[in-house]
Design a binder for this molecule. Sequence first.
Ligand SMILES: Nc1nc2c(ncn2[C@@H]2O[C@H](COP(=O)(O)OP(=O)(O)OP(=O)(O)O)[C@@H](O)[C@H]2O)c(=O)[nH]1
Ligand SMILES: Nc1nc2c(ncn2[C@@H]2O[C@H](COP(=O)(O)OP(=O)(O)OP(=O)(O)O)[C@@H](O)[C@H]2O)c(=O)[nH]1
Ligand SMILES: [Mg+2]
Ligand SMILES: [Mg+2]
Lengths: 275, 291
Amino acid sequence: IAGRRGLSAGELGQIEDLLLMSDVGAAAADRLLAALRQGPTDRPALERLRAEMLGILSLNSGPSLQNTGLPIRPQVWLVIGVNGSGKTTTCAKLARRLISQGRRVTLAAADTYRAAAIEQLKEWSRRLGAGFVGSQTGADPASVAYDAVASAASQGVDDLLIDTAGRLHTQKHLRDELGKIYHTVGKQLPGAPHLTLLVLDATTGQNAVSQAKLFSEVVRIDGIVLTKLDGTAKGGIVLAIAQELKIPVRYAGVGEGMDDLLPFDAGSFVDGLLE
Amino acid sequence: SLTEKLTGLFKDLSGKGKLSEDNIREASQKVKRALLEADVNYRVVKDFIASVEERALGAEVLNSITPGQQFIKIVHQQLSATLGTRNEPLRMASQPPTVVMVCGLQGSGKTTTCAKLAKSLLQPGRRVMLAAADVYRPAAIEQLEILSKQVGCDFFKKDTTDVVDICRSAHHEAVKRLTDWLILDTAGRLHIDQPMMDELKALQSAVKPHEILLVVDGMTGQDAVNIATQFSQQLELTGVVMTKLDGDARGGAALSLRAVTGKPIKYLGLGEKLSALEPFHPARMASRILG
Ligand SMILES: Nc1nc2c(ncn2[C@@H]2O[C@H](COP(=O)(O)OP(=O)(O)OP(=O)(O)O)[C@@H](O)[C@H]2O)c(=O)[nH]1
Ligand SMILES: Nc1nc2c(ncn2[C@@H]2O[C@H](COP(=O)(O)OP(=O)(O)OP(=O)(O)O)[C@@H](O)[C@H]2O)c(=O)[nH]1
Ligand SMILES: [Mg+2]
Ligand SMILES: [Mg+2]
């Protein structure tokens, strides 16, 4: 199909399968195929499809690592997501990246619920040489976050990364808890958190849209970290999230080590999807 | 819901006399859409729709006075039947300890599931041991140790990175302590990470588990087929556990898993609490997937 301009029904079917198997989703696939069918045939079809998908993913460049402009200190990152998506490991990877740029980083363990969650983040902070703020299991997560912001500000740290407990977006009391963490941080430091990242497992199917929607009702989501892209899952669901919620993917998690984080590259992501 | 959509569709059609093949195909397209939205793998969907159409194009539906209801019934029956017979619990071995090895992708819920299983198996007069065979993830061993205290069962760890040694030693200790159930919690791994898959194979031949359970996140999408294929080809799986189904994920991966592995889904994880483990009910899962 690669070089062809017009498409037969069979070829459209093949493209549909390719999109579906990548978790693009039936509705988003329909929209892409409609654009292909209706669009001009001056270029090969796959090239047009690639351009269409890139267009969807190229959302206005919001805040990111390098360009938050003003020297806010500490820059506060809030890391959220459902259970097991890779939040704690992503906090470690983000810290690693910031430290390698010469920044002073503190990790805050605001998961006060899950067994050994604090210990897990503490171990990462040891390996990274990052600062660490934590309390104990059962403490109020909003208080831990509040104290972390205060301590990071007083110590002149450049970045504070707040790791939160995994939570299902459908549980109201957990969404409320997240909202409380978010607003409490803002009380301690107006404008914070400056970057709220939704950590999304690339193996997740259509449920990712519901996750992004419901979490967006309690916090402003600045970007997505799409983890476990070193597997065979394509993570195509981020297209629907980009279209419906205008949330961009900022980083890709590609392994379990502290260096396994890449800034999101829409071009290579789309290529990976279409291969 | 799908049932409402199909009922509406057949209401429009049934007024026009006997149903045609085209009517059936229109209805099956609605089912196809619902299954894709529920994360059933697109190839599994095609096969499933083909089998539904085959039945639906028979007299059973076309000659029925309530063809809509008949069609919906076929879809539901076909789905439940494919999902398997209900309630296949863990089978106890003839000689204790019964060894259960738990494996799966990163973050799928293995450690929590091991503790939930231990809790459900810990009945009066029974002895259960949890063994920590994840030597990679920071604080993985601490996590399982804390959970085993919450469950009130025995716990085994060994200061080595040799996972086969850990599990062999755990087995030795379990025999000494007249343990009924030995549950091995392993590290999360990718099905395409061959050295890590080889580690599971080495465990399988060293410890000969009576049960090998694949733990899969209930929100898993199309990739369920890839995961299931590799794990079932490389290991002698005996069952599957699907976790995090206390959310709004439709759980279509269940159909993909069953279609690829042929193994029963034994349990569902329905929460973070250690009591949140339920035996699998195919009919209930069918309703959930269909939406
Ligand atoms: N292969 C791979 N594994 C990852 C990646 N990111 C995280 N993991 C693994 O996924 C598992 C879960 O990671 P965590 O960081 O504990 O996830 P979490 O979201 O903090 O989990 P909870 O706090 O329990 O909700 C661990 O085994 C990680 O090593 C990734 O990009 N690739
Ligand atoms: N809501 C919900 N959360 C669950 C369920 N099962 C596990 N979890 C949560 O999912 C997260 C990951 O669980 P773990 O047991 O650490 O997962 P794992 O497979 O052992 O992770 P790795 O060892 O890193 O591969 C934790 O936050 C658990 O509390 C479930 O059925 N429902
Ligand atoms: Mg965590
Ligand atoms: Mg684990």
